[in-house]
Write a protein that binds this ligand. Structure first.
Ligand code: SF4
Ligand code: SF4
Length: 149
């Protein structure tokens, strides 16, 4: 009886993946482009509905991905050896899930084979954000959300 071959993310560690494999883990949810607040005492992260104004609100992708730090110097680059910093990513993010030894969700485009599935499953930020041009920085704590953790 034929056995089903495993997917690359089930057999390779994050630091063993090719650049293409690594990039394909991103589901384009846009959640990591939301502004976050960190409780300095507990280290807890709180996501807000305020998103980087560069993000394309329809595709939830960055139009300047390759050179994004030229636009937003503080924009992050994820590395396999990030350690505790994976907590800065939402708990649905493939990089964080795999770092924590968890499986991908069925809506992940690598599994569904449909790039729209992340939107159809209500995971992406499409239609649910304000940009950081629309919100005063001092008011950002008023925009904390509970649909991204
Ligand atoms: S949160 Fe993770 S999966 Fe979603 S856009 Fe950011 S890097 Fe990609
Ligand atoms: S620069 Fe691009 S990747 Fe960085 S937060 Fe803004 S939209 Fe997201």
């Amino acid at each position: 009886m034929p056995t089903k071959s495993k997917n690359f993310w089930e057999v390779l560690s994050l630091d063993e993946m090719s650049r293409d494999q690594w990039e394909s883990l991103c589901d384009s949810c846009g959640r990591c482009c939301l502004h976050k607040l960190e409780d300095e005492d507990t280290g807890d992260i709180y996501f807000t509905e305020v998103v980087c104004h560069y993000m394309n609100e329809e595709t939830c992708q960055c139009p300047h991905y390759e050179n994004r730090q030229e636009y937003v110097p503080a924009c992050l680059t994820i590395y396999p050896d990030w350690g505790e910093k994976f907590n800065w990513l939402p708990d649905t993010c493939a990089y964080r899930l795999l770092h924590e030894g968890k499986p991908l969700f069925d809506w992940h485009p690598l599994i569904s084979k449909d790039p729209e599935s992340v939107h159809l499953a209500g995971i992406s930020v499409r239609g649910r954000t304000l940009t950081d041009k629309q919100v005063d920085e001092d008011d950002i704590q008023l925009h904390i959300i509970d649909w991204v953790k």
